[in-house]
Design a protein around this ligand. Structure first.
Ligand code: CA
Ligand code: CA
Length: 278
């Protein structure tokens, strides 16, 4: 009798264990599928991508991140029309792209590649302006999708190559975008996106065959410099990456084979620029 009880107890335990294992397996499969469906890389994929990163010091982090992201697959400037239709697709309407400054959703084919005269069509905005370090269409920075976003043509031209900073009056075509003679302040929802694109550019381009792009803490910049570093630093933390920005990073990874590390690991911004922008 006692032996029977022990066996049934053992049986129950094993049964529960088996049931638990099945449950754990099911949950793992569901989590894995969710990652696939959402398009966001799993932690282990990211861990593997960043395994060579040395975060022992700010200098070591800079250097190892640069080494990791510097080689990317470049495309022609013409091909960017197609790539941006993928990376900046409106999740609510797959026929449209989302425009960076206005937040407007616009049909993919309403772009300046089809019609150069239409003032409200979208074109390719270089967040790090090409006049600040790379004017050649064949240079890697000129076609680097990580910092290129669809923008309304006339809003793009009124941004020009202004540095990013706060202040000014509201832009007549883009609610919540502010501008004055020396700066451009995007709406709150994309302030962090802009900051992380600029941080990426500084680390991705460090000379040695490419231009060395450098963020500095002022406006009225020129050459290969851009500002304003500590305003971007603040924006990074007030607007952390959302799912749309993370998915965009994944899509670019598929095209270019490199990632924006500051979308994946926001704390690295503090590790690199924290001493300059307390
Ligand atoms: Ca954002
Ligand atoms: Ca640099």
């Amino acid at each position: 009798m006692k032996a029977n009880l022990s066996y049934s107890w053992l049986f129950m335990k094993l049964f529960n264990l088996e049931k638990n294992m099945k449950f754990i397996k099911k949950v793992s499969v569901i989590i894995f599928c969710l990652f696939i469906i959402s398009g966001i890389s799993s932690n282990s994929t990211l861990k593997n991508y960043y395994k060579s990163v040395d975060s022992a010091s700010s200098a070591a982090l800079r250097k190892s991140l640069h080494k990791l992201i510097k080689k990317h697959k470049s495309y022609s400037y013409k091909k960017l029309w197609d790539i941006l239709k993928d990376t900046d697709e409106d999740p609510r309407n797959r026929n449209n792209v989302l425009l960076i400054y206005s937040g407007r959703s616009l049909p993919k084919h309403h772009n300046s590649g089809y019609n150069q005269k239409h003032k409200d069509y979208w074109n390719r905005e270089h967040i790090w302006s090409t006049s600040h370090g790379f004017k050649n269409k064949k240079s890697a920075a000129y076609t680097d999708v990580h910092h290129i976003r669809p923008a309304d043509r006339t809003i793009n031209s009124s941004r020009g190559n202004k540095d990013f900073d706060e202040g000014g009056s509201l832009h007549h075509e883009s609610a919540r975008t502010r501008t004055d003679k020396d700066s451009w302040e995007p709406r709150d929802e994309v302030k962090g996106d802009v900051a992380r694109m600029m941080f990426y550019m500084d680390i991705r381009y460090e000379g040695g065959g490419d231009v060395d792009l450098v963020l500095i803490d002022r406006t009225d910049t020129n050459g290969n410099y851009f500002g304003k570093l500590c305003t971007l630093y603040k924006w990074h933390f007030t607007d952390l990456p959302d799912d749309y920005e993370k998915l965009r990073n994944e899509k670019i990874y598929k095209w270019q084979k490199n990632r924006n590390p500051f979308i994946d690991n926001p704390v690295w911004v503090k590790d690199i620029w924290g001493d300059q922008c307390k």
